[in-house]
Design a protein around this ligand. Structure first.
Ligand code: FES
Length: 155
């Protein structure tokens, strides 16, 4: 999607939600879906329309770890490092993911395909070890499964 297309989509989102009370979070989430992160230009468009100071918007964005101020990968990977997953081998899973996609936790690959983060529990301990790619949960992971799944995303 070209930049102007993204800006037009964001304008549509802002127009749709700006009259609703407490719509900032919804607009920020939609903006991040459009851009894959929250560029300054998008934040100032939102601030102007909602009449919210940019400093306050940055305050919200930096408070929630789900928001990103730098370009994020098309596929956002979250690997669980919680105790439930650790006892089922999550360290090996994380190691295999890093090896397979070539980045460490907290990083985004140069081609903007993948970002990798870890959390202390994904709320699906029965499926340990768990990895989430965008909104898809992958449970009972093994290093072999990692290679198969990521091989499909690379195509
Ligand atoms: S500890 Fe990994 S999902 Fe809960």
């Amino acid at each position: 999607m070209f930049k102007q297309e993204k800006i037009d989509r964001l304008t549509g989102v802002i127009d749709k939600y700006c009259h609703q009370e407490g719509s900032l979070m919804t607009i920020l989430q939609r903006a991040q879906e459009i851009f894959n992160y929250l560029p300054e230009e998008a934040l100032s468009m939102i601030g102007k329309k909602l009449k919210i100071p940019l400093s306050k918007i940055y305050g919200v964005v930096t408070f929630y770890s789900a928001f990103h101020l730098t370009p994020h990968g098309k596929y956002s990977i979250i690997a669980c490092r919680g105790t439930g997953c650790q006892v089922k081998g999550s360290k090996k899973i994380l190691h295999t993911i890093k090896e397979t996609i070539g980045i460490n936790e907290g990083e985004t690959r140069e081609d903007l395909m993948f970002s990798l983060d870890t959390v202390s529990c994904l709320g699906a301990c029965a499926l340990a070890p768990v990895v989430v790619i965008n909104k898809d949960y992958f449970g009972k992971m093994t290093p072999e499964k990692v290679k198969t799944i990521f091989g499909q995303y690379e195509k």
